[in-house]
Design a protein around this ligand. Structure first.
Ligand SMILES: Nc1ncnc2c1ncn2[C@@H]1O[C@H](COP(=O)(O)OP(=O)(O)OP(=O)(O)O)[C@@H](O)[C@H]1O
Length: 392
C-alpha cells in the first residue's frame, strides 16, 4: 500500500475507473445499515453515477481519535486494492463529519448474518471459506506494512455475490510509520474480546501478529456464534485473556469440528506472538482445503435473507429491548467487576441469565468497554504483574 497521495488527499480516489463525486449533495442517504463507535453507515445512492453505495458518516464530535488519523485512515482505504479488503471510493469532510463512500456490501457483516439466522455459529465449510478470504486480505495488508487491529466478525463484510471483504480501518495502523502512528502501536486499540495479550499489556508494542490472534478469536466467534469471554465485563475479559490459557476449540465439546480446524485455531491463539504463524503460512493449513467458492457463500448465507436494512432494524430493536431488560447499567456492572477483582478473582459470581442476555446483545457496549479498559489499563497491568506469583 502506498502512502497517502495528493489525489487521495483531495478525496478524489474514485475507484478503478469511475470518478465518485466529493459533495454530499451528490449522495442520497437511504436507510441505516450499521453503526460503529463514532460512525453511522447508510445505504445510499450516488446520484451522478446512479450507483448504490455505502456511506460511512464519521462524527468528529463522537470520536476520541485524532482528526488527522481519521482522515488518514480514509485515505488509506482509498489506496487499497485487493478483492478481500473494502476499498473506499472517496472521502470528504462536511461540517463536523467525514463521509467515506464505499462499495455497498449487501449481505452486511458476518456478525449480522450470524445474529439473524445462525445464532450458534456457522458450519465448518462456511467458516473455512470466510476465513480463507479474510486471511488473503490480511496477507495483503501485512505485506504492505499495515496492521488491521480490529479483526472480528462484525468487520467481515459480505457482498451480494458472496464475496468476503475485511472492512473498518477505524483503528488500523501502518507498521512503517513513525511519529504519531508509531506511538499508536503502543496504545490500547481494538475490541477487548478479540484483542491480543501483547496489545493489552502495552509493554513492548506489537506487530501484525496481533491480527493473527484476533483472527483466531474470530474463528471461534464464527464457530460458536460469539467470541470467547464475550459474556463478561471488560475488566474480566482483560484478566482472563492475560491470565488464563488461550481459548480454543475443545476436543470433547466441539466434536462437530475437525481436528484440522482445532489445530488451525490453536496455532493462532498462542500467547507468545513470535510463535504465531503469518497469514501466508496459515493459508497453507489443511483446514482451508475445504474452503469453497463465493457462490457457495451466496447460496448458503444469502439465499432467502431479508434486505440488510430490514435485518439491521430488527436486530437494533431486539438489542434495545434486551438493553431495557437489563437489571443494571454496564457502568454499574463494571464497577462491581472492579470491586470484586480487588477482593480476589475467585470471589467473582455471575448472574448467568443476565450474562446470557448480554452475550446476545449487539456489540454496542464496545465504546464503553474501550474507554473503561483504557482508563483502567495501568492499574490492571500493575495488579496482574504483582499477582502473577500468587494466582498463576
Ligand atoms: N460497505 C459496507 N456495506 C454494508 N455494511 C457496512 C459497510 N461498512 C460498514 N457496514 C456496517 O456498518 C457497521 C459499522 O461500520 P464500521 O465497523 O466501519 O464502523 P466503526 O465506527 O469503525 O465501528 P467499530 O469501531 O465499532 O468496529 C459494520 O459492522 C457493518 O455491519
Amino acid at each position: 500500500m502506498a502512502g497517502p497521495n495528493e489525489k487521495a488527499a483531495a478525496g478524489g480516489g474514485g475507484g478503478e475507473r469511475r470518478k465518485y463525486p466529493i459533495h454530499m449533495e451528490d449522495y442520497e442517504l437511504y436507510e441505516e445499515i450499521g453503526q460503529g463507535v463514532s460512525a453511522i453507515v447508510y445505504r445510499a445512492l450516488c446520484k451522478p453515477l446512479d450507483e448504490i453505495v455505502a456511506v460511512k458518516v464519521v462524527d468528529f464530535e463522537r470520536t476520541n481519535s485524532d482528526l488527522n488519523n481519521i482522515v488518514r485512515e480514509a485515505q488509506t482505504m482509498i489506496l487499497i486494492d485487493h478483492p478481500n479488503v473494502v476499498k473506499a471510493h472517496c472521502s470528504f469532510a462536511k461540517d463536523q463529519t467525514l463521509w467515506v463512500v464505499m462499495p455497498y456490501m449487501a449481505g452486511g457483516s458476518c456478525l449480522h448474518i450470524m445474529k439473524s439466522v445462525h445464532p450458534t455459529g456457522f458450519e465448518e465449510p462456511i467458516i473455512a471459506t470466510i476465513l480463507r478470504e479474510v486471511l488473503k486480505g490480511l496477507e495483503y495488508l501485512h505485506h504492505h506494512g499495515s496492521i488491521h487491529r480490529d479483526v472480528k466478525a462484525g468487520n467481515i463484510l459480505v457482498d451480494s455475490r458472496g464475496g468476503i471483504k475485511l472492512g473498518d480501518f477505524g483503528v488500523s495502523a501502518c507498521l512503517f510509520d513513525s511519529g504519531d502512528r508509531q506511538r499508536a502501536r503502543n496504545t490500547f486499540v481494538g475490541t477487548p474480546c478479540w484483542m491480543a495479550p501483547e496489545v493489552m499489556e502495552q509493554l513492548h508494542g506489537y506487530d501484525f501478529r496481533a491480527d493473527i490472534w484476533s483472527f483466531g478469536i474470530t474463528a471461534l466467534e464464527l464457530a460458536h456464534g460469539h467470541a470467547p469471554f464475550s459474556k463478561y465485563p471488560p475488566m474480566k475479559v482483560l484478566l482472563m485473556t492475560l491470565q488464563n490459557a488461550p481459548p480454543g476449540l475443545d476436543y470433547e465439546r466441539d466434536k462437530k469440528f475437525t481436528r484440522n480446524f482445532k489445530q488451525m485455531v490453536a496455532m493462532c491463539l498462542v500467547k507468545d506472538p513470535s510463535k504465531r504463524p503469518s497469514a501466508k503460512k496459515l493459508l497453507k493449513q489443511p483446514f482451508f482445503k475445504q474452503a469453497r467458492s463465493t457462490d457457495f457463500i451466496a447460496r448458503k448465507l444469502l439465499e432467502g435473507l431479508p434486505g440488510l436494512g430490514v435485518r439491521y432494524q430488527a436486530l437494533k430493536e431486539k438489542d434495545q429491548h434486551l438493553m431495557a431488560q437489563k437489571k443494571m447499567s454496564d457502568g454499574k456492572k463494571e464497577e462491581i467487576s472492579q470491586d470484586e477483582y480487588k477482593r480476589g478473582i475467585s470471589s467473582w459470581t455471575f448472574d448467568m441469565d443476565d450474562l446470557r442476555s448480554q452475550a446476545s446483545l449487539n456489540v454496542k457496549t464496545v465504546p464503553y468497554a474501550k474507554i473503561q479498559i483504557y482508563l483502567s489499563m495501568t492499574w490492571t497491568v500493575y495488579r496482574i504483574k504483582h499477582q502473577k506469583g500468587h494466582t498463576c
